[in-house]
Design a protein around this ligand. Structure first.
Ligand SMILES: [Zn+2]
Ligand SMILES: [Zn+2]
Length: 283
């Protein structure tokens, strides 16, 4: 069981990525939620280019994947859950939920710490919001996320299958909840009880600072409700709201590879989002 997970983890992750990309791409084309500012041809090669670059970078710099790390940690009895007699059908979902909470807290931290917000801004600077936005993160944010994930795995001691399930679910939900897909409002309301929907996460990509500082969840919507960061809808409505970051409006910077990679190094260091809860304007 353990060996087959380790051998097939890359194939499982890759297959799921392309399947969700295809499914959401078709949904966006058939039932778009908003009009696009840029064409897909103009954005997708750059957003997917950064995804490919990040995969190669992580492979080159990390001696093992998070799933292999979990396997290694468990075999040495590391982590608070290791050796605790819990049935797998409870343990695996429990670990997925705890890892999702860790991702929520990490996301809040990337908004709260000015230096981290600089790197996370690349994700927010996309002028449109679609399935590829859900996978575009600055390489430095990806590397820091890996380090944090390894630390959480060492402290928690989750089964390798739980880490693989968490990674596949997170990737799938991130691409789903960033998609420009229209769905009946009644369906959105039902899904929102247990899954972050595109309408819920789109609020987080608003150019308005107080809206950016809400809906940090990626898979489970419960953390935002629990910690008071939930916001149901954008003030301007989903069609009229502006996506992105104030002060970043050029496609050359926001949606072309060299410009995107340089976003962390632009602007003042104090110019970050979480210290603004009232939606005030930049000077
Ligand atoms: Zn964010
Ligand atoms: Zn996002």
């Amino acid at each position: 069981m353990g060996d087959s997970i380790l051998n097939q983890q890359a194939a499982i992750r890759l297959a799921s990525f392309f399947l969700i990309l295809l499914a959401m791409g078709i949904w966006e084309a058939l039932a778009p939620r908003r009009e696009r500012r840029l064409t897909r041809v103009a954005r997708w090669p750059h957003n997917l280019g950064i995804v490919l670059f990040n995969i190669l970078l992580v492979r080159a710099l990390f001696p093992m994947t998070a799933v292999t790390m979990a396997f290694y940690a468990q075999s040495r009895g590391w982590g608070v859950l290791s050796g605790v007699p819990i049935a797998p059908w409870i343990l695996v979902p429990l670990c997925v939920v705890v890892l999702d909470l860790a991702i929520y807290l990490q996301h809040v931290m990337f908004h709260a710490v000015p230096l981290l917000w600089r790197f996370h801004r690349m994700h927010h600077a996309d002028l449109d919001f679609d399935v590829t936005t859900g996978a575009r993160f600055h390489p430095v944010e990806i590397l820091l996320s890996m380090v944090i994930k390894f630390a959480v795995i060492i402290v928690l001691g989750p089964p390798a299958i739980a880490v693989l399930a968490f990674e596949v679910i997170l990737n799938a939900t991130s691409m789903f909840n960033h998609s420009n897909a229209r769905m009946p409002l009644a369906l959105d309301a039902v899904l929102r009880c247990f899954l972050v929907t595109p309408d819920m996460h789109r609020v987080h990509h608003s150019v308005e600072d107080d809206e950016t500082n809400s809906n940090f969840g990626f898979s489970l919507p419960w953390w935002d409700r629990l910690f008071g960061t939930y916001r149901a809808q954008p003030r301007a409505g989903h069609e009229a709201m502006t996506i992105g970051i104030r002060g970043f409006s050029e496609a050359r910077v926001c949606d072309r590879l060299p410009g995107m990679l340089m976003i962390p190094f632009k602007g003042k260091v104090g110019n970050y989002a979480i210290n603004r809860r009232e939606g005030e304007k930049d000077e």
